[in-house]
Write a protein that binds this ligand. Sequence first.
Ligand code: UAG
Ligand code: ATP
Ligand code: API
Ligand code: MG
Length: 497
Amino acid sequence: MSSQSDQKSSSLSALGLRAQGGREAIVTGLTVDSRDVKDGTLFFALPGSSVHGGEFIQYALRMGASAILTDAKGAEIAAKELADSDAALIINDDPRGALAQTASLWFGAHPSTVIAVTGTNGKTSVSTFARQIWIEMELAAVNLGTTGVEGVWTYPLKHTTPEPITLHRTLAQAKAEGVTHVAMEASSHGLDQRRLDGVVLSAAGFSNFTQDHLDYHHTFEAYFDAKMGLFTRLLPDDGVAVINIDDPKGPEVVTIAESRGLEVITVGRSDDARLRLTGQRFDSTGQEILFDWQRGSHKARLNLIGGFQADNVLLAAGLVIASGGDPEEAFDTLPYLTTVRGRMQHAATRRNGGSVFVDYAHTPDAVATALRAMRPHVMGKLIAIVGAGGDRDATKRPLMGQAAAENADVVFVTDDNPRSEDPATIRAAVMAGCPDAIEVGDRAEAILRGVDALGPGDALLIAGKGHESGQIVGDDVLPFDDVEQASVAVGALDGDL
Ligand SMILES: CC(=O)N[C@H]1[C@@H](OP(=O)(O)OP(=O)(O)OC[C@H]2O[C@@H](n3ccc(=O)[nH]c3=O)[C@H](O)[C@@H]2O)O[C@H](CO)[C@@H](O)[C@@H]1O[C@H](C)C(=O)N[C@@H](C)C(=O)N[C@H](CCC(=O)O)C(=O)O
Ligand SMILES: Nc1ncnc2c1ncn2[C@@H]1O[C@H](COP(=O)(O)OP(=O)(O)OP(=O)(O)O)[C@@H](O)[C@H]1O
Ligand SMILES: N[C@H](CCC[C@H](N)C(=O)O)C(=O)O
Ligand SMILES: [Mg+2]
């Protein structure tokens, strides 16, 4: 995305960039996409997953780019055109890192307190709870990630971790809107692509590590290393690491943080956690939790369904404390926390009492965790609707099916954003893990049949799409909302429509 509309200009040297032969240039905008280049743009020609941006340097020069930043390969691809041009050329062996630093300088100030959380599952939940805690403490806060920018200022986003130009523009706008506190998600793609480099963090959190995104990272090691960039590269020396010590990878993350001399706050149920969950009692609308901090014991009511939400809440409280918040003030806010959009969200209730929940579980561990978390709140049988996304990690599909079969009494397999893939092939891969499941391709029909199967005391968990408002089929986004469909199904079956 370009920043052309910002109507600024700057010299390369003011942006900390040195071009070949010491050439200066006036830059009027930044972009990674040649199609956005205008007169004076600095075009970042990045190595991509499908094509090298160097292929588009020729086009960018024609459109008036005043400078090109790329790596050696990009410069080689466009050697002839660059030699014939007056544009300044900056060659950098880490062009994505350079983009992040340049975007940070270009957009300038951002809110004074920014925290980031990484982990396979729970990033949106933890950052939303951190934002809610801050707002209850009367601080002007937003969370930034999969659900967009939410809080005292709202704004839509395409990515969980936006690319640097969008990210720094958003942070600068947030500051202009009076926002002082930001909780953001650090996705593994975002960390790998250096999207957050250039953001100054006060604290960083780790929730958990299980399977996802192997299509992109290929191995668990590469996926873990990408996540660890948050602690090895991004968190400054005076930053605090807040780590879920219950996760099997938790102790390794602690070692990584401590080896840098970072202060660590461990969170979890384990005896040695500094912020320790010591008790949990469930009822139909939420849970009571007991926890220890320093030498004091605390009790709080959470109006949240799902035992794992207590882990997310405590991680969020740990991050608030790590970034300077008063612990007692933070703990006092916990009874006021509300459901994160599309995460264990109560969507509808049938006349016979059977209830419907919408959740964003889209990994094997999340499907298992979400279904297990429902059990203490459900008297009767538990029904699950699952599906897996197209153009995403294909190896997780049978494991998601298996997690559903192992933890629900009845399973429906349906479509969830098939994107460019054949939906029947994706469903077959999920069904391989749950051969007794009922296959219903059309998601609305699957929801209707799931709701129809609800008896008194039963519950239905519709997994995978959470807050999403569309079904992605090919390049089209067809309007679709699980919460809305649940209400429509209940209305149709109970005669309220
Ligand atoms: C796999 C991936 O992350 N790809 C991201 C990456 O694209 P890329 O660099 O690989 O793109 P490419 O198509 O190979 O093109 C290479 C370069 O040529 C440029 N180009 C291309 C065509 C052209 O005509 N002119 C031109 O200049 C492109 O802008 C790009 O810079 O950089 C792009 C710009 O920053 C991103 O939009 C794009 O995200 C794609 C759309 C995507 O779907 N990403 C998902 C997987 C993602 O990032 N998800 C994570 C985590 C999700 C989660 O766990 O919740 C997220 O943070 O959202
Ligand atoms: N602490 C947790 N442990 C295991 N599973 C969790 C945890 N928190 C949330 N989940 C499950 O993961 C789902 C997604 O949660 P959330 O959106 O907070 O994760 P995320 O890491 O932001 O996901 P994404 O990678 O899509 O951004 C939830 O709907 C729930 O099923
Ligand atoms: N943001 C994540 C989760 C998507 C969830 C699910 N609805 C899917 O499409 O797979 C991703 O892009 O992998
Ligand atoms: Mg998220």
